[in-house]
Design a protein around this ligand. Structure first.
Ligand SMILES: Cc1cc2nc3c(=O)[nH]c(=O)nc-3n(C[C@H](O)[C@H](O)[C@H](O)COP(=O)(O)O)c2cc1C
Length: 204
């Protein structure tokens, strides 16, 4: 039997929406036959800032055992799925800070040909979901990755309505619906399927 595709799901989440989406992505990728690592990027906010938001405090405590991402996760992976909430239409500083440390891997060509996709969550329906995904994907171009967009290629994705990547609208305390979770699950499985096909075709 051929070796399993290795997928690293790397995320940042303050109040849990992205984490919930990442968990569904893990389950779907596992079902699609991948070996999966779930990794969070390091927190940058001060304890004082976090303490102002009860949900942030709770989420931080609940996910304290999720390992932090390392360079080994990036080099190990055939494929990457990266998630971040929107911050003023952009990915979080926490995710960007981690990405900004990857220069040495980039310089050695260790990020080339990774099969990649990204997902997000924002408070309002037009609050920057697409711009956040596209900003994450800009980094993928520089890394020399192969971006897999979910498109509208099944009815669940049509319902979810974001061909750039799965996204959630969290205003009013809404947690990700089944439609959103199915869309991120589908996105994760599609990344795994594309990675498998390219591996069969001889691409490392
Ligand atoms: C500093 C800051 C900036 C934000 N900027 C936006 C924004 O531009 N548009 C938007 O819709 N939501 C914005 N939000 C809301 C978050 O993106 C949203 O609550 C998201 O669902 C949080 O994801 P999480 O639960 O995984 O942390 C912002 C939140 C913070 C704290």
């Amino acid at each position: 039997m051929s070796e399993k595709i290795k997928l690293a799901i790397i995320y940042y989440s303050s109040t849990g929406n992205i984490f919930t989406m990442a968990q569904r992505a893990v389950a779907a990728a596992d079902e699609a036959g991948a070996q999966v690592r779930l990794r969070k990027v390091p927190e940058l906010a001060s304890d004082e800032a976090i303490a102002q938001n009860e949900k942030w405090v709770r989420h931080r405590q609940e996910t304290k055992d999720i390992p932090e991402v390392s360079f080994d996760d990036l080099t190990w992976a055939d494929a990457l799925l990266i998630g971040s909430p929107t911050r003023f239409g952009l990915p979080t500083a926490q995710l960007k800070q981690f990405m900004d440390t990857t220069g040495p891997l980039w310089a050695q060509g260790k990020l080339e040909n990774k099969i990649v996709s990204s997902f997000t969550s924002a408070k309002t329906p037009h609050g920057g979901q697409e711009s956040t995904i596209l900003a994450i994907n800009n980094v993928f171009y520089h890394w020399g990755c192969i971006i897999v967009p979910p498109g509208y290629i099944n009815s669940e994705l049509n319902k979810a309505g974001n061909p750039y990547g799965a996204s959630h609208v969290s205003g009013g305390g809404k947690t990700p619906s089944e439609t959103v979770l199915n869309s991120v699950g589908f996105q994760a499985a599609r990344v795994v399927e594309v990675a498998k096909a390219l591996k069969r075709g001889g691409m490392d």
